[in-house]
Design a protein. Sequence first.
Length: 629
Amino acid sequence: MRTLRGSLLLVLALAPFLVAAIPYHLLAAPGGLIEVLGRDGSTLDRITDGDTVSLRVSLPEKASQALPIELVLEDAAQPTAACTIPSGGTVCTTDPFAALGWYWRSGGVASPERVIRALASGGTRPVAQASIPIAPRPVVMVHGFSSSFEAWVNYLGPTGYLAQAGLSGYAVGDGQVPGTMNTGNLAEPTQRTNTIAENAAILGEYIARVKQATGAQTVDLIAHSMGGLIARAYIDRVMATRDVAQLIMLGSPMAGTDCADLPASLGLYLPATLELRPSYVRQIFNPQVSHRHGVAFHALAGVPILEGFKSPCTDVPTDLAVSLASVTAIPVQARQMPVLHMNLNLSQLVFDEFVKPLLQTPAGGLADEPDALAQAQPSEKLQFSRLFTGHVDAGAGAEMTIPIDPGITLASFALYDTTRSLQVNVTGASGKTIELSAAKNGLVVVQDPQALLYLGYGFQDPKPGAWRVSLQASAATPAQGADFALTARFVGGAQLRTSLSTLLPRVGDEVSLTASVRLGNEDLSVREAEASIRRPDGTTEHVSLAVNGLQAQVTLRPTLAGLYGMDLTATGVAADGTPIERSAFLAFEAQPEAARTPSAAIWIGAVGGVILLAALAVIVIRRGRKTVR
């Protein structure tokens, strides 16, 4: 008896190991067999989460009548797939489906093997089961503006966030597989960047190589800032067959960011800074990149800044560079956390509470999303003062006068300084110098060279009149001096209204630009208006608009295909003679000239010529025959 009891205990102890040693396709309930098939119909020994598979169920005896089969993944609330064994048959195969979330149980528990059961009789009678080895999906990370793979330093490596969660991570440009995007080089700010479309193509090549290296068919994408626009362009325009399970975006500007106006005005990091402007993202990018092909989009908005005077170049709530309204400008599953923009891709809190739970979504949690991305209604366009640009020599300074008209309830100033070394002094309309502070004026200094601004501050209910901003070189200013861009964002007061006749003209087509200044319900007389136009080749053209009373207008004719960015400033005159300046930042994208088709007259002439030649040939042949006779 003791020997028998000991043998039973030994068998029970070894049972898990014996079962694990049995190939999964032989581990079956009463006589049945489940096999996993790949896209080509071959039998698979293991899969990666997200792979497209079919399940084949075989029974040892013929079915006496059509027998519906449900395939149920353990712990899943709903059947995973289904098929029907025909009457007199023994086999059925499910339609192909994506095994998304199979690696994860609820609560983020990893499952390197999952059991799937075949049930008959309305899901009550088990006929087969199999244990399937599964690997997790790889994660591909997409950096943002003026950045590199190093933006994901906290996610990568054996001690990174992903490895701690049992996941493999790949950041575009990290060298694990070939592929490097160009969203701006800090060492050469005047060097051309790639377009969003060009970076999307590189992202596509990188994903393909990750899939090749890992054997996975599907990846998760995590994108920071501008990387979200690049990822969207990949999904809409480059992805041939769905290979993205979900897109997780951290502070991505789905309606652009007005902070990009500052470096763009200096001709830096083009065309990336132009493509980050709201005018481009809202009016050109979003209408064209409008599909997600079933991919779920998740977005995080960092909203630690809630007071307008603390936000230099965006509306609030904001993460300093990208507002909540911009993050949610397309239909997206969004959350908010009080984290600044430059920390969203580094924060342990963001990973633990937002990113990781999404990466660990179990089966059934990644349903296909509606394809079309209807745009949310745009918020009221922010109003800006004249955009000042210039250069401060070492040991010197510069001063700008910014008129603030009555009715303005908020004025927020933003400075971009290529060296991050200039000192700022502000004199209010009263003539008094204002000592800036974080508490009173929301003073913020951003030393991160990848940021779209260097310094910001603001004033609630500023006194109308002429405000002066002085910039002074410091001991840290290099010998070659510093370039700068400065503007003020206004809430209230006059509104600059602009219109472009077309946003997607052909090369050579006319583009009409009109502008007017309105205060309340009244259009003001326009004193002058001018525009600085940045062409696709990087050159700049300055044009003056023709003023006709209440409106200013100019007609442009693009000669190159590509993106044109415009900095427009108009000066209106209030009833009391006070000049009111406002700036707007616009864009249009010239399409390649259409291939010219022959005119109808040319076609008619060509056809007539062919007919004439044919008639002459007939005459010659007939005369030849008569001669022979």
